[in-house]
Structures are given as C-alpha cells and as structure tokens.
Design a binder for this molecule. Structure first.
Ligand code: FAD
Ligand code: FES
Length: 245
C-alpha cells in the first residue's frame, strides 16, 4: 500500500449521476482488474474506495456514481486539484482461472473493474462475452470501451430503454453465451443470482462498505467457507464457491 498525491486531469459526468475521474499517475503497482484505490476527501474521516477502471501512460481512470456526500464532494473537484490516494489495494480477478472463454457480468458501477480484466483476457487470446446491466439507458457506461475489445457485448436495462429488457440474468438466458469461467461485479443481489444461475466456476468482486480499507479495522469482514475474511485485504475478489451469501 502506498500513499500518493495525484493531480486531477479530468472529472466529468458520463451518465446519469455517474462521473469519470482521470488522474495523473505513474504508479506501476496496479496489476489486475478488481484492485482499488482509497480516496481521501476534505471533511470526511473515512476514505472512499473506487475500483481502477483504466491505467495507461501516466494516468488512471475511476468511474464513480454520486450516491452520498463523499461522492458529491468528489464530483465538485476540478482539474488541477490534488487528491490524496492510497494505492496498491486489494486482490483482483485471476485471468488464469479461465481456460479459453470467459463471461463478464457487470451491473451499474460494477462494470469498471471488469474493463481491465476484459483487456487482459483478450490480450491472452481468450474469447470474452460481456453482459452489462443498468436501470435505464441514461445510466449506461463503458459500452463502447467493451465493444472495442470484444464483439460479444450484450446490454440490458431494467426499463427496456436500451438493449434487452430485464436483468443481466434475463439477458444471459436470452443470449446463452458459451464460457468456461465467469467474473462478476455489481449489486450483491445481482451477483448472488448470477452465481446461483451459472454452473461453472467464477469470481465475484464484493464492493462492501469499508472503514480503513487496509486490513486494520475488520469493518469489512465477511464469512467465507475458509472463515472470516476482510474484503479489503483478502478480496475484494473471491471465488464464487467460497462466499457464504
Ligand atoms: C472495493 C470497492 C470498490 C468500489 N468501486 C466503485 C466504483 O468503481 N465506482 C463506484 O461508483 N463505486 C464504487 N464503490 C462504492 C463506493 O465506494 C461508494 O459508493 C462510496 O464510498 C460512497 O461514498 P459517499 O460518501 O458518496 O456515500 P455515503 O454517504 O457513504 O453513502 C450513501 C449511500 O450509499 C451507500 N453506500 C456507500 N458505500 C457503499 C458501498 N461500498 N456499497 C454499496 N452501497 C454503499 C450507503 O449505504 C448509503 O445508502 C466501491 C466500493 C468498494 C468497497
Ligand atoms: S475496511 Fe478495515 S479491515 Fe477492511
């Protein structure tokens, strides 16, 4: 874990209540999709965790939804402002767990950590199907970024305003992708349904509420088949079969 001061390059809305934050960074520590950073915000005691969505050429990108006071304050920061960020956090997805074809299932702002994973899987010559679900068309993020990596992208919205109407599980039933392993990130209820439905092995990225984010406070503890585990230190990615829902 390292503490860094990053300069904001861009901080712009990209969908309903959803912002894209681009930070100048030469940090080489990011390895896999699912890893995250903890952002300090003036006036807030606890840092806020966000998954790394992209890292390239001296910058990292985070995509975040404004859900409360912390993310609202973040959306008010302008280019040039400095952000205090803890990096090198979390254990990400394992691209080697997939033999030849993967299914990526993202819900809402669960999609960002799947993008670097998708890039990595494609770079390793694996076939990747992607199913992304949102409440409505106005909330869709990262569609073109995933389509640039794989032709097999299915969009679903709950209200039917874009893509297939329904949840990601409805979309999976409709398109019947073939895969030997899956990776998912999104609301807990969505990931649980995905794990119940899919019979192959898979990994889930738990975006639990966090305290310290660095393994000290036990505020993110969950029960697993191996006993109590801290999402921030032992995860946030866990194997499907290890999670006690
Ligand atoms: C490892 C990890 C990665 C994450 N990655 C992303 C990301 O890439 N993009 C993104 O938009 N968000 C992400 N989150 C969630 C993000 O950290 C929270 O939405 C944010 O901290 C909320 O801060 P706030 O001060 O605005 O809201 P608060 O005022 O703290 O809370 C506002 C509302 O949001 C709910 N909430 C807060 N934190 C969470 C959470 N972790 N999960 C579900 N509900 C929550 C609260 O219960 C409350 O209802 C991630 C969380 C974790 C743990
Ligand atoms: S948030 Fe403190 S141990 Fe995980």
């Amino acid at each position: 874990m390292e503490r860094q001061l990053y300069t904001i390059l861009r901080n712009e809305p990209v969908a309903a209540r959803t912002w894209r934050l681009e930070l100048a960074s030469d940090d080489p520590s990011f390895v896999a999709g699912g890893e995250f950073v903890q952002v300090a915000l003036d006036g807030f005691y606890l840092r806020r965790p966000f998954s790394i969505c992209e890292r390239s050429k001296g910058r990292i990108v985070l995509i975040y939804k404004v859900v409360g006071e912390g993310t609202a304050a973040l959306s008010g920061l302008r280019p040039g402002a400095r952000l205090d960020v803890l990096t090198g956090l979390g254990r990400g997805f394992d691209p080697d767990a997939c033999s030849s074809s993967a299914l990526l299932v993202g819900g809402g702002v669960g999609a960002p950590p799947l993008l670097p994973l998708c890039r990595e899987l494609v770079a390793r010559g694996k076939r990747v199907s992607v199913v992304l679900g949102f409440n409505s068309a106005s909330e869709i993020i990262l569609e073109s970024e995933f389509r640039a990596l794989t032709p097999d992208v299915t969009m679903a919205t709950v209200d039917g305003s874009a893509g297939l109407k329904g949840f990601v599980t409805d979309a999976i039933s409709a398109v019947k992708p073939t895969f030997d392993y899956f990776y998912t990130c999104g609301p807990l209820v969505m990931m649980r349904r995905v794990c119940d439905m899919l019979k192959t092995g898979g990994e889930v990225c738990l975006e639990e509420r966090m305290g310290c984010g660095a393994g000290y406070c036990a505020g993110c503890s969950i029960q697993t088949r191996q006993g109590v585990r801290r999402v921030c230190k032992d995860g946030p990615v866990f194997k499907k079969e290890d999670i006690l829902w």
